[in-house]
Ligand binder design. Sequence first.
Ligand SMILES: [Zn+2]
Length: 208
Amino acid sequence: MLGIIAMFCLIVDRLDFTKNIEMLIEFFDSQLIEPQAPTLDKQGIEETLKIIEDKFDLSKVVSNPVPVFIFPLNYSQRNVNMHNWPYINSITCTAINPALAEENELPDDQYILTHELGHLLVAKLSDYNTVPESFYPIFEKGFHNKRENVEAEYWPELFADTFSMAAAYNTELANTNPFMQKLFPSLSLFEQYFYNIIDEAKSDKISL
Ligand SMILES: [Zn+2]
């Protein structure tokens, strides 16, 4: 089951500003390498955001009160393909690094951008390092698994990937997502879950 996790994002404490600045400096020093492919361009970023916005009206949650910033960088990363920074509500959008590909299958950068937005969403809905309680029964039903089988550190990744599937379902992003076929029977469940939870957040039933 854990093969579903496309990549691991560094978990940071978004409230510790000094620590986060140190991590950002460390990121530039140690993570960035020469671009191994083209970075997703402005058009690709805008297209991805528009599809997700048209479906979920996501900006009302993730850009509240601070806008999401997406920075395309003409570099690749050594250990992951993109990175989100919840304390500055940002994503560094870097070029795919083929060295990180599993079984020579290059991940799609629109899919990864969608996954990173899932992390910024969970940072708004609950806490960056965990997931809303409502996600657990959706996971158990949709993934045919038990929550006890998943270690705590993997939940944000599962949430972000489930969001990526829900966002891509029945859109032009469907072909970019590597998990859609495997979990096809659960996609409408995932989509409805994110409609509900995003609507609740927009109507302030969840405190942001
Ligand atoms: Zn991630």
